[in-house]
Design a protein around this ligand. Sequence first.
Ligand SMILES: Cc1cc2nc3c(=O)[nH]c(=O)nc-3n(C[C@H](O)[C@H](O)[C@H](O)COP(=O)(O)OP(=O)(O)OC[C@H]3O[C@@H](n4cnc5c(N)ncnc54)[C@H](O)[C@@H]3O)c2cc1C
Length: 448
Amino acid sequence: MYHNDIYNFKDLPKSYWFSLDTNYSKFLNLEIMSQNEEFDVLIIGAGYTGLSCAINLSEKYNLNICIVDAGVIGWGASTRNAGFCCIPPTKLTINQLMKRYGKDETISFFKNCIEGTNYTKNLINKYNIDCDVSGNQNYVVAHTESKFDKLIKESEIYNKIFGIESKIHNKEEFDKIGHSGNEQFGALSYKPGFALNPLKFYLGLLNAALKNKINIFHKTKITSVTKEADFYIAKANDKIIKSKKIVIATNGFYQDGLIKQIDSRILPIISNIIVTNPLSDRELSLHNFKTYSPIVNTRNLLYYYRKLPDNRILFGARGDISGSDKSHKNISKIIEKDFKSVFPEWKNINIDYTWRGLVAFTTKLAPSIGKIEDENIFYSFGYHANGVSSAPWSGMQLSKLVHGSNYGSLNISRVYKGLPKKIPISSFRKIYLKLVYFAYQIKDLLKL
Ligand SMILES: Cc1cc2nc3c(=O)[nH]c(=O)nc-3n(C[C@H](O)[C@H](O)[C@H](O)COP(=O)(O)OP(=O)(O)OC[C@H]3O[C@@H](n4cnc5c(N)ncnc54)[C@H](O)[C@@H]3O)c2cc1C
């Protein structure tokens, strides 16, 4: 759907995370598929979803598993996100969820979301992953006064209906514990939640997968999947992989044409991040930026930001609509302007890193976990830019379905189950996106 630049599987994104001292290079000698292979399960996509699904399948059910990734290892969104372990992975409001799925399923959805956050934390502890966890809650900052009123109501629902610990901080209080700035009119906080280094977390999972003897081929793009008797034949690098079951774990990087039942169901959206140079204590004090917890604001086209452990500020927003490297450069400049208008005292701060990646939206506006009818093809995608807490958990849930082959093995909220509807005339996806962005921009201008 986008310019080829964004699907350049050869080169790693120039993210801040890859500039840090990690053990990344030791994984570069992973194999590339070079001969025909056969496995019980083939997982397409080696991000959090694919790795978590594979680790669970291997540890619990002792299956012979292979994961392939089109990119050089760690190429996908799982190593280039902002590291916010936050909830919920949906763009539906609580009211919309209640109307669509009923109160019980909505409560169970939020329970699952919290399980997701805890699952990510448990993986960090279980595999002893040193991934620079920082902050101990999440903040949602009201960018206008009227949005603060909405947050007060939301916090009440979090506490009373979902049993999620949430607090309200008025502007003055948040000035002291969070930050000041032009778009700070008070905040909601909720627990659990934290920030992490997404690359280090990823490498911890990758290490666990390799220790479990899972076969991982990188630089191996699956170009077609066909069926022969009880097997699927996946083609890559002029070779074939034969497997009984297939898992689609490609999220926003899914490209139509691979599995016809999944085509036209994903709207990949570009999310763009900028990172400043490290700020001195004096510079930080100009906006009294205290917290290391992740922050999102209430704009319709929201901003997300956090102070990194080395006192840089990471700031993210929606990206461009083209996907070319040139448009990435242009939008990064616009995002820098936005950042400096939210934090005007930092107008002379330098930006050291910019990068982007694809997140997956769907017509359901919530994640989809399931099995394609009459096939042994399984999927999990559509985390709506919220995969740090939901992708590893969804991968784990998916492993139960892959093993059990029926929904009975999946005791989760109905919100997650099944495919989203197809996007009508999917070749118009970019046009729909332009229209939505335009409408949201107007709403944000009018402070609605
Ligand atoms: C800029 C940005 C910021 C984000 N910030 C946050 C955040 O702070 N918090 C949060 O919770 N979420 C965030 N997200 C979203 C989060 O990163 C994703 O939801 C999550 O990483 C999805 O994991 P995944 O394993 O499903 O997909 P990915 O990690 O994207 O992995 C999918 C893989 O599939 C591979 N693939 C695709 N097609 C093929 C093929 N045909 N053959 C073989 N391999 C294929 C790709 O190469 C890719 O590596 C952000 C995303 C972006 C892009």
